[in-house]
Design a binder for this molecule. Structure first.
Ligand code: ADP
Ligand code: DP6
Ligand code: CO
Length: 357
């Protein structure tokens, strides 16, 4: 008779916001990128995914694996989710083959329950925190002796940006050059404690689901944008080099310039996609102007904006400049009504970096 035991493990995972953006796949099946990227992992005290994975012989096999996302059943039949299940199961099966006394968890249906405490599919990296938590929760359940690098290889197959959420601090995803993708994973460029003064201000312009998903948007860009070639061959390699140097030297003006230029370059390739994709709206553009005003008023670069595939702004700045940045941000956009009021409601408290999971 099948045992009644329900095996369970929970985890949380942080969001990461890229300062050199991943945009483009060279292999859609293995989810391999056309360029390397670099991000900052944000504090889980503010934005996080909480995921519980469970399995049991008493879960009906006919129901298969399932995912409940924010209380709603979510499709798990997609190739990328299936790849994560397959990779994790095969590692568990190898442990079970080596030690027959282990319960045969690899043969049981999996139930995943996940919740994001921030907008899903709105350009705030829900797929990054989501798949990092998904992979880590199952790895914990299976008691896999997997390193963050190994889990990052698996999470990458769920969503590219997720590979960077396995690490804290400043994280690079190296594109790699092997056809099987075995060298396309994340590594930590610097711990959060190397430059702990970094802060991020999140401006939730809209919590609505984006019109064009990241997966689909980047496919259209790769297929139709001429500017994109320039980005992946020249702009990004240079930005990666400049960004790693800026982080090593804790040079905020350099960090800020590369961050803003790279965000602009990424959104320019979206505009150069045919038909064009626009992720930023007028409020996003007002946020860019606000950052420019703040930097001009202070007389040095104290704030940097960046936008993922959505209208929501992330503003990086240093702790010592909180008053100038957060205070002025309120002042610059907070003096009238209409949409500006909505922007203020969307201002999330200052966030620090995460040390890693
Ligand atoms: P975002 O900008 O939020 O990353 P994407 O278009 O890249 O938006 O990805 C959104 C998709 O990521 C969702 O539709 C869902 O399929 C997946 N996702 C988001 N959160 C989770 C989660 N907690 N667990 C599993 N998958 C998730
Ligand atoms: C603009 O990782 O969401 O946020 O691999 O198709 O799931 P898939 O895409 P995803 O793309 C993120 C794009 C970005 C930039 C970045 O995070 O580097
Ligand atoms: Co995403």
């Amino acid at each position: 008779m099948a045992s009644d035991t329900v095996y369970r493990a929970s985890t949380t995972a942080p969001v990461n916001i890229a300062v050199v953006k991943y945009w483009g796949k060279r292999d859609a099946k293995l989810n391999l990128p056309t360029n390397s990227s670099l991000s900052v992992t944000l504090s889980q005290a503010d934005l996080r995914t909480l995921t519980t994975a469970s399995c049991s012989a008493r879960y009906p096999a006919s129901e298969g694996d399932s995912l409940l996302l924010n209380g709603e059943p979510s499709d798990v039949s997609g190739a990328r989710t299936q790849a994560c299940f397959r990779e994790l199961r095969s590692r568990r099966a190898a442990l079970e083959a080596a030690d027959p006394s282990l319960p045969k968890l690899s043969t049981m249906p999996l139930r995943i329950v996940s919740e994001n405490n921030f907008p899903t599919a709105a350009g705030l990296a829900s797929s990054a925190a989501g798949f990092a938590a998904f992979v880590r929760a199952i790895a914990n359940l299976y008691e896999l002796p997997a390193s963050p690098s190994e889990l990052s290889l698996i999470a990458r197959q769920g969503s590219g940006s997720a590979c960077r959420s396995l690490f804290g601090g400043y994280v690079a995803w190296r594109m790699g050059d092997k056809a099987d993708g075995s060298d396309s994973m994340a590594d930590q460029v610097a711990e959060a404690s190397h430059w702990p003064e970094m802060r991020a201000l999140i401006l939730v312009v809209s919590a609505a689901k984006k019109g064009v998903s990241s997966t689909s948007g980047m496919q259209q860009t790769v297929a139709t944008s001429g500017l994109f070639q320039e980005r992946i061959t020249k702009v990004v390699p240079k930005n990666m080099e400049l960004m790693e140097k800026a982080i090593a030297e804790k040079d905020f003006p350099a960090f800020a310039e590369v961050t803003m230029r790279d965000s602009n370059s990424f959104h320019a390739t979206c505009a150069d996609t045919y038909p064009p994709i626009f992720y930023m709206n007028d409020v996003s553009k007002a946020a860019i102007r606000a950052v420019e005003t703040i930097n001009a008023n202070v007389g040095r670069t104290v704030a940097a904006y960046t936008f993922d595939a959505g209208p929501n702004a992330v503003i990086y700045y240093l702790e010592k400049d909180t008053e100038a940045v957060v205070g002025t941000f309120y002042h610059v956009i907070g003096d009238t009504d209409g949409w500006k009021k909505d922007v203020l409601k969307g201002l999330k408290p200052t966030m620090s970096l995460d040390e890693g999971v």
